[in-house]
Ligand binder design. Structure first.
Ligand code: ATP
Ligand code: MG
Length: 400
């Protein structure tokens, strides 16, 4: 006897019809993809449930993988037996005896197959009695048991579980379209990407890079962050934009107090062009209201003028410590705090306007034609595809 399955519970029961079907199929596909290194593990669906058939693989490494997949509410190692009383008794006994530090237990039977001869309540007693009679030192506690042995008698088989491991929740990545994540090397934007992914969004990243003012290491840091995000999705394409010329021109030609705002507008314009090329319908940023000069209401109003793409700002109302907590949980924090400069920290005006107006900025931008520099930046984009196998793919056709 052994735990030969992992039961996957998915939430979002509110999803209906076509959405729900798409959700389930995508979740199955995402799990199967994540388990590539376990060739015999198979992901199966039954009515309202999903299972991983372990086929001889260890449960724990597979559970660890599944804990990083959005769309899973919780997981349980499960024993599958036939709908037959003696078999269920034996499995329940195995579950109890293989638990560690267990003194009290409770049995919860759910009978879905009404052809099974014993009703749920009565089966609780049958199993409880069997366990007490065949073991020593255990007692029943229906309120706060050390172990709850759940028995689901379904049409096709009975599943016995004794442990519930929380999943990440959310929606399977790939069910909510794509968004272009403006990824800096900071703490916030990787967290924003993670939260967008949590709602089922597939991320592509764009990074503005200003060599030689920003180093190769700063670029590598951003690639490392993007690679860390692939843990929660599958692949992340990173578009590296050569931003030096445009940035220098802005800081040379535009009034210093407005350069930051104008630079942000340029980022938006370039991002929009990438969205068009890649058929992406929204952008995601790590903006957080009030944090710095570029994130006041006035700044956002002025920066946002240049695009009518929806901008997802998952962090907008969070406190910094909440953002830091998430970045630690998802493993990006240590990389984010590495000290390599980013283009925004190098070209920092001494006193950026915290309340830039659209009128003023349009007036300044109108004095200079930046369009060829924007086109040049877009033409110079280097695109790197990262996947969750911790390697960069040079052969673009491998994955898409
Ligand atoms: P982060 O921690 O994500 O760097 P921040 O608190 O430093 O954010 P800002 O520097 O004002 O805030 O940047 C706001 C957002 O603009 C970032 O979260 C990111 O989405 C985007 N951004 C900033 N710099 C870059 C860059 N060099 N490349 C791509 N996106 C950027
Ligand atoms: Mg930053």
């Amino acid at each position: 006897m052994q735990y030969d399955h992992i039961l996957i519970r998915y939430g979002e029961m509110a999803l209906k019809g076509k959405n729900r079907k798409q959700f389930i199929l995508k979740l199955q596909e995402n799990i199967q993809h994540k388990l590539k290194e376990f060739p015999d593990a198979k992901v199966k669906r039954t009515q309202g449930r999903m299972f991983v058939l372990l086929n001889g693989h260890e449960a724990e490494p597979i559970i660890d993988k599944c804990r990083k997949i959005f769309g899973i509410q919780s997981l349980s190692p499960a024993i599958k037996v036939e709908n037959e009383v003696e078999a269920v008794k034996a499995a329940a006994l195995y579950a109890l005896e293989s638990g560690e530090n267990i003194n009290t237990f409770k049995v919860s039977v759910k009978r879905i197959d009404k052809e099974f001869p014993i009703a749920s309540q009565e089966m609780n007693q049958v199993l409880g009695g069997h366990l007490l009679a065949n073991t020593e030192g255990y007692s029943v506690d229906v309120h706060q048991p050390d172990m709850e042995i759940k028995v689901e008698i379904r049409m096709e088989a009975t599943y016995i579980t004794s442990r519930v491991i929380p999943g990440l929740g959310g929606l399977p990545v790939g069910t909510a379209g794509k968004s272009l994540l403006l990824l800096s090397g900071g703490i916030d934007s990787p967290v924003a990407g993670y939260l967008a992914m949590k709602r089922g969004v597939q991320i592509e990243a764009i990074h503005f890079h200003s060599p030689p003012f920003t180093s190769e290491r700063a670029k590598q840091k951003v690639l490392d962050l993007a690679e860390q995000l692939t843990d929660f999705g599958r692949t992340v394409k990173v578009h590296i934009v050569p931003f030096t010329k445009l940035q220098q021109e802005i800081f040379r030609e535009m009034p210093e107090g407005y350069a930051m705002t104008i630079m942000r507008r340029m980022m938006m314009r370039i991002s929009e062009k990438v969205c068009e090329q890649e058929s992406i319908l929204s952008m995601t940023t790590g903006e957080n209201l009030g944090q710095v000069a570029s994130q006041t209401m006035e700044s956002m109003h002025t920066i946002n003028e240049v695009t009518n793409y929806p901008i997802i700002r998952p962090l907008i109302a969070m406190d910094k410590h909440e953002i830091i907590d998430i970045s630690k949980q998802i493993g990006t924090y240590e990389t984010s705090i590495l000290p390599y400069e980013d283009c925004c920290t190098i070209f920092v005006p001494k006193s950026p306007k915290t309340r830039p107006t659209r009128e003023k900025v349009n007036q300044f931008e109108g004095q200079k034609d930046f369009s060829h520099l924007i086109d040049e930046a877009v033409a110079g984009i280097e695109t790197i595809k990262l996947d969750d196998k911790k390697k960069q793919l040079n052969d673009m056709d491998d994955l898409f």
